[in-house]
Ligand binder design. Structure first.
Ligand SMILES: NC(=O)c1ccc[n+]([C@@H]2O[C@H](COP(=O)([O-])OP(=O)(O)OC[C@H]3O[C@@H](n4cnc5c(N)ncnc54)[C@H](O)[C@@H]3O)[C@@H](O)[C@H]2O)c1
Length: 357
């Protein structure tokens, strides 16, 4: 018999990078998880890795973690999950919606795919949520929703004006959720988490970032160069108006980000009345690419060959978050710094040179 005191949550995209680390935290807190993923950018092997990390053993893990292969655009998949949860006397109370594609570069090459999965998938999802009266959602938004000419630190009040299809899809889903909240004021409880740059891995090195699709994220590439899987790191531009000429970003440890999801969920579940919030999630500190690279080399005693190449179109010099709102609303502060991120990211890379293969 399953312990019915556990709260049930639907996690879309829960075997991906951020989803897998968040699932671990939620499992440790005792939530019962229905995880749906199409594995378009992740591996089903994450299941066994989470089981390995779960402190209370396999039996409890199998009670708490329910993985369903499926696409969020297929409403029957999501409906069946809700029907199952009701039949098991475990009504799903909230959703953390990670599922989506995340490459700016790929979204420029194939915008319709991004609109279909990120926006079409979210619409299909919320229709089922409405039908089953599940109106509490934490959504994975992004710092790319901001106007690229706004000065950092970026606050949640800065203009939302994305400059690529990926960012446009994220801003659109935020708008859809805002309309739902406005039209049904008493119902929807929404937090859009605008992530800055999540990097690193769980300190065990058992789970980490292993994208299947081509990624233009810096950190997984840097780790591959450090391990010799890739020859050289290309740094896009050394003539930015920053102290060392390389672009500045706000990096956040993946386990800090996982904590934020748990807190956002708990915050919404405790509220009786409707809510709509957009929260930046970063550390509030800017780090240049050269600083990140040098820290990685020092912390991990390794060498990262690099070359400078031209700037990429659409890139910006400096982006970091104003984080006071998330800090005050969620009573949260990041625990990890850049050295921790580099250490844990390298540990994952060393232990899993071929990812989850
Ligand atoms: N990693 C970042 O730098 C970053 C920054 C800002 C926002 N985000 C957003 O956060 C979310 C999670 O990011 P991540 O880094 O974990 O990416 P990820 O690709 O590792 O995880 C996304 C997961 O969603 C799944 N998925 C994609 N389309 C699906 C569909 N139609 N149906 C079911 N599953 C589907 C993928 O297989 C994958 O497991 C994404 O929405 C992303 O856009 C990520």
């Amino acid at each position: 018999m399953k312990d019915s005191s556990l709260r049930s949550i639907l996690i879309t995209g829960g075997t991906g990078f951020i989803g897998s680390h968040t699932c671990l935290k939620l499992l440790e807190k005792g939530y019962f998880l229905y995880v749906v993923d199409s594995f378009i950018n992740s591996s089903p092997k994450v299941l066994r890795k989470l089981e390995e990390l779960f402190p209370q053993g396999s039996e409890k893990f199998n009670q708490q973690f329910n993985l369903i292969e499926g696409d969020i655009r297929d409403s029957t998949v999501i409906e069946n999950i809700f029907i199952n949860s009701i039949n098991q006397n475990r009504c799903i109370e909230a959703v953390i919606h990670f599922a989506g594609l995340k490459s700016v570069e790929e979204s420029l090459l194939n915008p319709s795919l991004y609109w279909d999965i990120n926006v079409g998938g979210s619409i299909a999802l919320v229709k089922v949520l409405e039908k089953y009266n599940c109106r509490t959602i934490v959504f994975s938004s992004s710092a790319t929703v901001y106007n690229s000419i706004s000065d950092s630190p970026l606050s949640e009040n800065c203009e939302v004006r994305p400059c690529n299809p990926y960012g446009e899809t994220k801003a659109t889903v935020e708008n859809i959720l805002r309309s739902l909240y406005k039209n049904k004021r008493k119902d929807w409880r929404v937090i859009n988490l605008r992530y800055f740059n999540p990097i690193g891995a769980h300190s065990s090195g058992v789970i980490g970032e292993d994208p299947i699709r081509k990624t233009n994220n810096l950190f997984p590439y840097l780790s591959k160069v450090a391990s010799g899987n890739k020859e050289v790191l290309k740094i896009f531009g050394n003539d930015w108006p920053t102290f060392d000429g390389t672009a500045i970003r706000d990096y956040i440890h993946i386990m800090d980000l996982a904590d934020v999801h748990c807190l956002a969920l708990e915050y919404l579940l405790q509220k009786e009345e409707s809510r709509f919030l957009c929260l930046n999630v970063g550390t509030g500190k800017g780090t240049s690419i050269l600083e990140l690279l040098k820290t990685y080399e020092i912390v991990n005693s390794c060498k990262i060959p690099f070359i400078y190449v031209d700037r990429r179109p659409g890139d910006i010099a400096i982006s970091f978050a104003k984080t006071e709102l998330a800090t005050s609303i969620l009573n949260w502060k990041p625990k990890f710094d850049i050295s921790d991120m580099c250490r844990d990211g390298w540990n994952w890379q060393k232990l899993n040179p071929c990812g989850y293969q």
